[in-house]
Design a binder for this molecule. Structure first.
Ligand SMILES: Nc1nc2c(c(=O)[nH]1)N[C@H]1C(S)=C(S)[C@@H](COP(=O)(O)OP(=O)(O)OC[C@H]3O[C@@H](n4cnc5c(=O)[nH]c(N)nc54)[C@H](O)[C@@H]3O)O[C@H]1N2
Ligand SMILES: Nc1nc2c(c(=O)[nH]1)N[C@H]1C(S)=C(S)[C@@H](COP(=O)(O)OP(=O)(O)OC[C@H]3O[C@@H](n4cnc5c(=O)[nH]c(N)nc54)[C@H](O)[C@@H]3O)O[C@H]1N2
Ligand code: SF4
Ligand SMILES: [Mo]
Length: 656
């Protein structure tokens, strides 16, 4: 039997897949050939997804902690025991401290709307209790807000239209690793491709040209390019007059960034800026494919905001194959409020930011958190300021429940662990953020052991606590129908995917001057905001690993073998200055923390920059990963994280 499903992982592509079920077991998994973006192919990670599903390491029983927090010693218990204990602890905590002492911490392990982050699975239950809100700030919010200021939407262009582009700027994005299906459309276009990335990534290797700016300086580069374009008189006056607001002010802003100044800020040679500016000036349509990488900086929101102005100056927004693609999420008309039901909150509650977990657990601005539910997240591995996160999770008075598939670093700090179903075992719906398809995931097989869908876990917990709100007991099908009111659910379910129609971009006029930004307390005019880490040393970029998905797959034996030992890449000049040779053991650190790695001396990173992949498990890495060095500091817009705005010292590690 073949069953249509969807990849739930935090990846722009949201592949449609086909599960081959034999004797009630998922025996095969392949990409859906019918899906126009998946085109039959998954990826190096998800080709091994069934190894994960059938892994002997998989958590299949509820567990109760028996050792110290962090030790990772547990005993299996029944669901009845687990639910009784959770219900009792929650009731006590809420009676003593109020509902806001409860924090449902949702991560990106699954982006599903029914079981995962996008519908904040379980949120109805938490609303009934009056729990704190959770703001998933860790990934893309700064760029989203920045684009909304300029465009009135973060939706952007349909990436399938990249096939019609003549010039494509791959700006702070590494799709060959972080979502490769878009590359087909880029390849089909035959366009001239330019990678703009401090690191010569797998993507940059494939491009016609590569510019390596200093991290966090992209808006200055964009302004320099626009300076060249306007200097040639290549701005689209008609588009500017009809579809934009604030052009005179923005034109003055551009005038502040002649190529020489942009070169001084970005470290890109002036002649390269001039040449690329000239190329953009004469090439219609030009498209920008940007993604989340470049906005993990103090000025990350502003970077996307200013980048989205560029196709406004050239008029590319009006041409098929022109514009900017960051995320397509803004185009889906999904009724998430119907899923999350924040109207069930008995009173207004505070919001806790995902990226500020250390602060929220140790030094809260408001009442302390006493009960933490970690759902599809691995904050020990993925959050900034690992040492403080661990310190917070180690609090003896914190009651922590972790819903998981694998014994992650975070699981080790749980009081109760609940085993969750994996994608072939439950119903879900995905909306891609790198294309315009909804994808349906039909349950294909029964779960192993005692694993339960997240929805069912919270239905049972609600019953155990005697909650009477009917919305807490609706089935997964009912939830899906409520979410998808605007779409043909029967067709989606039958065919496995459905392309939606995008809204207009820009929505209304493109705003070089944004009232919304001003209202939020930000500069009204788009511009450049420099990086902020005040430390010395090299800027350390910790971007997507080719072999892991955040910390997911982090214990898969074959992927670990292929990823090899943990390396930090340093430019030969920077290595020489520190007496470091290729293959040397080094310590990478700053005032926040440090981790150990092997030096890879290579000019794939520009001078002043070092790179190491994200996603390693602390318990495989001597107790600390790159996230020990990252500051729990907000980016400019939306409280986003600043993973790549991180200065470190790299020193040789003496071996005994
Ligand atoms: N294999 C794999 N795929 C993934 C993930 C994974 O962990 N592994 N993660 C998934 C997730 S959660 C997300 S959000 C997406 C993210 O996907 P991407 O947006 O591709 O994010 P990153 O990998 O953080 O960064 C992309 C590139 O930005 C570059 N970069 C960093 N700072 C700057 C800067 O200041 N300017 C410029 N121009 N470039 C900069 C980095 O060197 C990197 O090559 O990928 C998803 N896909
Ligand atoms: N240094 C550095 N750190 C980063 C980044 C970076 O660029 N550099 N990028 C950041 C980004 S973009 C993101 S999105 C975050 C991600 O941070 P997190 O949201 O913490 O994501 P993961 O580390 O993948 O952890 C997800 C966990 O969910 C589990 N899981 C998967 N599916 C399900 C499910 O259906 N139910 C349940 N209960 N669990 C499930 C997986 O086993 C995994 O352990 O990491 C951030 N961390
Ligand atoms: S991780 Fe991305 S590329 Fe890989 S199967 Fe999932 S959606 Fe497709
Ligand atoms: Mo992300």
């Amino acid at each position: 039997m073949k069953v249509l499903g969807a990849c739930p992982l935090d990846c722009p592509d949201a592949c449609s897949w086909v599960v081959d079920v034999q004797d009630g077991r998922a025996a095969g998994l392949r990409g859906n050939k019918e899906h126009p973006v998946t085109r039959g192919a998954l990826c190096v990670k998800v080709n091994r997804y069934l190894e994960q599903v059938h892994s002997p390491e998989r958590l299949t029983r509820p567990l109760r902690r028996v050792g110290r927090k962090g030790e990772g010693r547990f005993e299996p218990i029944s669901w009845d025991e687990a639910l009784d204990e959770i219900a009792e602890r929650l009731t006590g905590i809420i009676a003593e401290y109020g509902g806001e002492a409860v924090w449902p911490f949702h991560g990106t392990g699954s982006l599903g709307y029914i079981q995962g982050l996008e519908g904040l699975s379980g949120r109805r239950f938490f609303n009934t209790l009056g729990a704190s809100r959770h703001d998933p700030t860790i990934c893309s919010v700064a760029g989203t807000v920045g684009l909304e200021y300029t465009l009135g939407t973060a939706g952007g262009m349909d990436p399938e239209n990249l096939a019609a582009s003549k010039l494509i700027l791959l700006w702070g994005t590494n799709p060959m690793t972080s979502g490769h299906h878009v590359w087909k459309f880029i390849q089909d276009s035959g366009a001239y491709t330019v990678a703009i990335d401090p690191v010569r990534t797998k993507t940059a290797e494939r491009c016609d040209e590569h510019l390596a700016p200093l991290p966090g300086t992209d808006a200055a580069l964009a302004l320099g390019l626009m300076h060249v374009i306007v200097g040639l008189g290549a701005q689209d006056e008609e588009f500017l007059a009809a579809h934009t607001e604030g052009w005179p002010e923005f034109r003055s802003r551009i005038a502040e960034y002649p190529p020489e100044r942009a070169a001084a800020i970005t470290g890109v040679p002036v002649e390269r800026i001039v040449a690329l500016g000239e190329r953009i000036a004469r090439t219609r349509p030009t498209a920008i494919r940007a993604s989340q990488g470049m906005q993990r900086h103090a000025g990350g929101g502003m970077a996307l905001r200013t980048l989205a102005c560029l196709p406004g100056v050239t008029g590319d927004w009006a041409i098929r194959g022109g514009g900017l693609h960051y995320s397509t999420s803004g185009h889906f008309r999904l009724d998430t409020p119907a899923l999350t039901r924040f109207d069930l909150l008995p009173q207004p509650v505070r919001t806790l930011s995902m990226t500020r977990m250390g602060e929220a657990l140790l030094d809260p601005d408001g009442p302390p958190v006493h009960a933490l539910f970690v759902i599809g997240a691995n904050p020990v591995g993925s959050n900034p300021d690992q040492r403080r996160v661990i310190e917070g999770l180690s609090r003896a008075d914190l009651f922590t429940v972790v819903l998981e598939h694998f014994p992650t670093d975070t699981v080790d700090y749980a009081d109760i662990v609940l085993p969750a179903t994996m994608q072939p075992e439950h119903l879900d719906v995905l909306a891609a953020y790198g294309n315009l398809y909804l994808v349906w995931n039909e349950p294909a097989v029964a779960p192993p052991g005692d694993c339960l869908p997240t929805t069912e876990t919270f239905r049972r917990l609600a019953r155990r606590m005697g909650l009477t709100e009917p919305a807490l007991y609706e089935s997964d099908e009912e939830l899906a129908n409520q979410l998808l009111k605007q779409y043909d659910v029967d067709r989606l379910r039958a065919e496995g995917f459905l392309k939606i129609a995008p809204g207009p971009v820009p929505a209304g006029k493109l705003r070089f001057v944004s009232n919304l930004a001003e209202r939020d307390g930000h500069a009204p005019l788009a511009g450049y905001t420099p990086p902020a880490d005040p430390g010395d040393g090299l800027v350390l970029i910790s971007a997507a690993s080719h072999y892991f998905l955040n910390t997911g797959f982090g214990s898969n034996p074959e992927l670990r073998r292929r990823a090899g030992e943990l390396r930090v890449t340093i430019h030969p000049d920077d290595a020489a200055a520190r007496g470091i040779a290729d293959g040397d053991p080094v310590t990478v650190g700053n005032d926040r923390g440090s981790f150990d790695a092997i030096a890879e001396v290579s000019d794939t990173v520009r001078p002043g920059v070092a790179a190491t992949p994200k996603g390693r498990w602390a318990k495989h890495s001597g107790g600390a990963t790159v996230n020990a060095t990252i500051a729990e500091r907000d980016s400019d817009y939306g409280g986003g994280a600043v993973f790549h705005d991180n200065r470190v010292r790299i020193t040789p590690r003496l071996q005994e």
